[in-house]
Design a binder for this molecule. Structure first.
Ligand SMILES: Nc1nc2c(ncn2[C@@H]2O[C@H](COP(=O)(O)OP(=O)(O)OP(=O)(O)O)[C@@H](O)[C@H]2O)c(=O)[nH]1
Ligand SMILES: [Mg+2]
Length: 295
């Protein structure tokens, strides 16, 4: 058995060190053999500082108290999981069970030309295969590459705040259409109500069925259980799913293209006119096919 598959076996038996090593191996391009259906994978995105980590911390608390196990992949975190504070409280309380039920791992996009895909997909599969019943990908949503990250999840939660500027940013980035559920966080602050109304209005003007909009306060814990109930029951919506599949395809292609061993040579040839862009695409596509495992 290859080392990566041995790590998978050991991680499945509950060894956290092996799990961490397994994720590192996947990040460096190794692929364990996983024969299991996809688990429950949630993408969480939203502008910087809107309360994503704090709200995820609340969700972790809710799920763990109901016997779920939660793994979080935090992509390019600018601040540590505030959820960690909640977990630290539990640790102090000596509640070993709940700390066994949570796993948090940070990932940096800078290590991956063309974005984190497709290894992120394999990581979420590995986590599900190791028995984590709730797998969350957290990413700051401020542009196209972040959309691609959450597109790997099966359901997407967009978190916004009372600041109108944040909502406009999300609209521009096209995240509103991709979200199954939208939470307006910091409902304890003024303007949250009007922010929710603005989001609902923007959704009404868009095409397709709009997402559910919830007002929540991660700090006070209000609205969180309703939000989770909605996330757990939301059906796969075909047009949103198609949007996500499209983003996954583009992201996988970008990653394969930019990590291609001959990419510099192709760029040079296009530059000096010895190859057209179309010819380069066909050539690269053929070499990927010959390479088999790349995509
Ligand atoms: N008033 C209020 N503040 C909140 C709420 N939720 C989070 N905050 C505060 O907002 C700040 C940012 O919270 P984070 O959870 O780190 O936000 P984030 O979206 O994960 O931030 P990044 O990962 O850096 O993008 C912290 O100071 C939190 O205490 C809330 O419901 N109400
Ligand atoms: Mg955060």
């Amino acid at each position: 058995m290859s080392t990566v598959n041995q790590l998978l076996v050991s991680a499945r038996s509950g060894n956290r060190r092996s799990l961490a090593k397994l994720l590192t191996a996947i990040e460096s391009g190794q692929t364990p053999v996983i024969q299991q259906e996809r688990g429950w994978i949630l993408g969480v995105t939203g502008p910087p500082g809107v309360g994503k980590s704090t709200l995820i911390g609340r969700m972790i608390e809710y799920w763990v108290s109901r016997g779920e196990t939660v793994a979080v992949l935090a992509v390019d975190p600018t601040s540590p999981m505030t959820g960690g504070a909640i977990l630290a409280d539990r640790l102090r309380m000596g509640d070993a069970d709940s700390t066994d039920s949570v796993f948090v791992r940070s990932l940096a996009t800078r290590n991956h030309p063309g974005g984190l895909m497709p290894c992120l997909g394999k990581m979420t599969e590995a986590l599900s295969a190791c028995g984590w019943t709730r797998v969350i990908i957290e990413t700051v949503g401020s542009g196209q590459s972040e959309i691609r990250v959450v597109a790997f999840a099966d359901r997407v939660l967009l978190i916004d705040g009372p600041d109108r500027g944040d909502i406009v940013q999300a609209e521009k980035a096209g995240i509103l259409e991709l979200a199954d559920v939208i939470a307006i966080n910091k409902a304890d602050l003024p303007n949250a109500q009007s922010a929710a109304a603005a989001v609902r209005k923007a959704l009404d003007m868009g095409e397709g069925p709009g997402a559910q909009v919830h007002l929540v306060s991660a700090i006070e814990g209000t609205g969180v259980s309703e939000l989770i109930a909605d996330l757990e029951s939301c059906e796969l919506e075909p047009s949103r799913d198609m949007l996500r599949i499209r983003e996954r395809l583009i992201a996988s292609w970008d990653a394969a293209l930019l990590s291609h061993s001959q990419i510099k040579s192709y760029l040079g040839k296009i530059g000096d006119g010895s190859l057209t862009v179309g010819e380069a695409i066909i050539d690269i596509g053929c070499s990927l096919k010959a390479d088999g495992e790349k995509l």
